[in-house]
Design a binder for this molecule. Sequence first.
Ligand SMILES: [Zn+2]
Length: 426
Amino acid sequence: MDLNDRIRHEIEARRDDLIALTQDLIRIPTLNPPGRHYHDICAYLETRLLASGFETEMIRAHGAPGDAEATPRWNLVACREGRAPGECVHFNSHHDVVEVGHGWTRDPFGGELDGDRIYGRGACDMKGGLAASIIAAEAFIAACPDYRGAIEISATADEETGGYGGVAYLAERGYFDPARVQHVIIPEPLHKDQICLGHRGVWWAEIETHGRIAHGSMPFLGDSAIRHMGAVLAEMEETLFPLLLGKRTEMPVIPEGAKQSTLNINSIHGGEAEQAPGYTGLPAPVVPDRCRIVIDRRFLIEEQIDEVKAEITALMERVKARRHNFTYEIRDLFEVQPSMTDRDAPIVRSTASAIEAVLGREAAYVVSPGTYDQKHIDRIGRLKNCIAYGPGLLALAHQPDEWVGVQDMQDSARVMALVLAELLGL
Ligand SMILES: [Zn+2]
């Protein structure tokens, strides 16, 4: 048998193991926020990977957002060196899951197997991908025990809330230094025949309009911050949204609607603070002296973040020119540059040929509409040879009755094992 056949055999022999591993991971409810059971899932994975010959390290992200005695931000990094020097291939999965939400007909933490599907919160995003990468590594090691280089598997915290207690924390400490790690696959649910090269950029900002408080019966004595914000929103409708529609990208972003710049207004609040729940009185009759919105602007690799910000400032200045006494503030909340790995990068080429070998069709190349942990590997780690590739359908992520297909996990595990064979095999 050649190496490819041995890998197929080893993956098929691990079908029950793959199912059980995925179920076990789903049954540890690593909800974020607030960040529960991180130590439990890291300890579970540590036991598993030690038994497979990995050396492991548990790393708590002390001082990261959300890190506290009740909710410590634990990460696991596991490494298995081969018999000869070579490159390091790293599989990075986040172990946190988003809240359950409403509308479930299955137990969100039951890991129920029904036909080919395993159900549960995190099944596709991304405990199925994490399980597939572990099975891929174990199958490859069994098929090719004398491999060169090193295999790393990490399970990291907080991707769903920005990754600061996870991949960002590790990247700042050199774990994704290109001198240490040469290839990274993030098994996010982009589907077994697609290679995700990166993501669009994001800028979150808070815009506040100012006014002057006065008695509600004499609004002419005050200045309404809400009316000022109304003018800002009207200007956005008239000039900004049409402008963004026209900004198309060469990035292969999916779905189609995200192949352009987009803007969401995440929230709006004007006037005095809302009363606590249970208050049955009426609001104070005053002219609102401030109004705030939070904007979420997604931008393209063809755009510069300075231009994106300048666009908003110019819009505010246009409104200001038309309105007496109009003042405002813009505060940056969060920004991430777009990231896109080159199609000729070694990890892309290896994964593409493995997809063709396993599925008998050409790989598709996509870019994610939203960001994920690749941003930290790229910007902090300075490691460009990174993709997202894993089983599951992105549309199911964060939904009720989330599931992952067993066959999809097996196929993508085979793809990942073939990537190891190409990069580390003998
Ligand atoms: Zn995810």
